[in-house]
Design a protein around this ligand. Structure first.
Ligand SMILES: [Zn+2]
Length: 136
């Protein structure tokens, strides 16, 4: 029986219940089916991804790190854009993180200020040594 391919529309001699004309169109049809499935099952898919990630934490962390290292600029640009487009959400996320990890945040701040202090002292000593050298 002559049918029109569901994907490309070309007429073809269909054997049995064939709906597409070629392997290429069969692959395309499969791709579309998967895409449609993902769109119609977003929640389920998100859950599946989360579970997979939790069960393969190390492997995925490694994969992410490698991806980041190979696409540093692109990733940073995307993160920056995301933050700009989700200011409220990000602020809320930060607030929640702070509320849940106050000691971690304090520790990081302390370390930051300590580093700043060391840097400042270093340059101060450098300037002083320089002034002394000039005075001699
Ligand atoms: Zn086709």
């Amino acid at each position: 029986m002559i049918k029109a391919c569901e994907i490309c529309g070309a007429a073809f001699e269909a054997r049995g219940s064939a709906k597409v004309c070629s392997d290429k169109c069969r692959r395309e049809k499969e791709r579309e089916r998967k895409r449609r499935y993902r769109e119609e099952n977003r929640e389920k898919e998100a859950k599946r991804h989360r579970r997979y990630y939790e069960e393969n934490r190390e492997k995925e962390a490694k994969r992410h790190r490698r991806h980041y290292e190979e696409n540093r600029e692109k990733v940073r640009e995307r993160q920056r854009r995301y933050r700009e487009e989700n200011r409220e959400k990000e602020a809320k996320r930060h607030r929640r993180y702070y509320e849940e990890n106050p000691e971690k945040v304090r520790e990081r701040k302390r370390r930051y200020y300590e580093e700043q202090r060391l840097t400042r002292d270093f340059f101060r000593r450098l300037a002083m040594a320089d002034a002394i050298r000039k005075a001699m």
